[in-house]
Design a protein around this ligand. Sequence first.
Ligand code: FAD
Ligand code: SF4
Length: 517
Amino acid sequence: MSDSRLRNLVVVLGDQLDAHSSAFEDFDASRDAVWMAEALGEATHVWSHKARIALFFAAMRHFREHLRQRGVRVHYRQLDRRAHDQLIDALRTDLKQLRPEKLILVEPGEWRLREAFRELDADDDTPPVALREDRHFLCSHDDFADWMRGRRQPRMEHFYRWMRQRHDVLMEARQPRGGRWNFDTDNRESFASDGPPADMPGHQRFQPDALTREVIAQVNEQFADHPGTLEHFDWPLTRVQAQHALDDFITHRLPQFGRWQDAMWQGADVGHHALYHARLSAAMNLKLLHPDEVISAACQALDDGHAPLAAVEGFVRQVLGWREYVRGLYWQRMPGFADNNALQAHARLPDFYWTGDTDMNCLRQTLGDTLAHGYAHHIQRLMVTGLYALLLGVEPVQIHAWYLAIYVDAVEWVELPNVIGMSQWADGGVMASKPYIATGKYIDRMSNYCRGCRFRPAATTGPRACPVTVLYWDFLARHRQRFAGHPRLGLQVRNLERRDAQELAAMRRQADALRER
Ligand code: FAD
Ligand code: SF4
């Protein structure tokens, strides 16, 4: 691997697969080269789902081929049994031979890695490191810091409106298109009792090619004890595939996206498991798609009369609003974000999160989807797996490690705020004004899960008592003082106080038993 004339070595991390990123700005193929590595530690520092490992490695190998076809020299460390555990160690080893004048990379999306590269830069024995701005996002660190300044409660809704104005998205004469910022009331229906429409379109499936099959075989062998399966692996792995996946979503599912955004359903087949969701998060997080092109495609569908405003607004809110907002918050609150534990939750994460082996059908189905695909949609993550962990009082850092391990789109800048802030309310209300809590009746309303469950969503005591409902009342009782005067939760606390004392005591005993188990 020796190269005495090497000017810049461009480091491309596994979630930076964009040949037009700032790292390639002044790239000269005759003097520069690219370095990429599959590091064992990145696959194992949390007990990653096989699909998550396969997605990263397969997409990286495809990107390597893409660069090589364009005449770029790529020094690529493929995972083998002698692989370095840590990416930085592998890089240090190779630097001794490659001896570039400078290292260039887009600033890593994860705090831990950014610090590691800063340390490398400070090291006298290694070349200087230039960390370049990540142009993938629509809100820079500085802009987010400006927006945050002086805000005690940095709410997503305010950020989203600010972003719409700044980027002139869905605006007309400086007013929100259609006269409203938010079409939630038109969206978020549940399916009829017979389920999704018979003509619900499936998502485009990308059958693994030879290179991906090689990765799948390797992951199945080398990470055999990791959770999940690769049986249904069909994710877009290249820029071209990601563009097709975007087109497929805009054409077939966007028009109904908002309407069924919160609905859940057991029984959809492999090709329909995401219902009307985009399934684009992994491609975006790997940087195969830019959020700008995703938003533009959705807005074009509105202009063409292909999708209604409510659906397009609901979708744009997720990408221009939530996605940029959580990334801004992540960098504002690191390091130490994962240590938040405002509700003093210390329970252990139940083992069944890794296997799906539970009697609670809502959890069994959501975990089943998760293990089969490395994917569950937002409401499954927030209002089933997240809700149960919150009500049970699981220690936030444990549930964070689970989410980071189990979804193909899991990268820390987006996963951590969603878990710590939105789902577990561990930041004490910075991100969400109140904890997302509900009884089993919410799950019953939004899905068909309860129909296939041995528990009854409204039952609070006895063998049929729904654990979600029992834990909901127990949660309110445990945090009664904190939330009694809360403008949005006070009513629920008052409902608790109206409950029969004996029934409440029985529920709390049952909740203790669930925690014990
Ligand atoms: P859709 O529902 O079709 O939404 C479209 C796009 O909007 C997504 O692709 C995504 O890029 C963006 N988006 C939607 N909601 C959010 C959100 N809350 N935060 C950031 N972006 C959003 N998303 C990840 O990308 N990685 C994660 O690790 C992750 N962990 C999560 C953990 C929890 C507890 C929760 C509640 C949410 C998490 N999300 C995460 C956000 C969201 O659930 C996923 O982005 C979404 O389910 C991905 O599926 P989709 O592409 O079909 O999204
Ligand atoms: Fe889940 Fe309770 Fe419904 Fe069973 S009854 S599916 S545990 S919400």
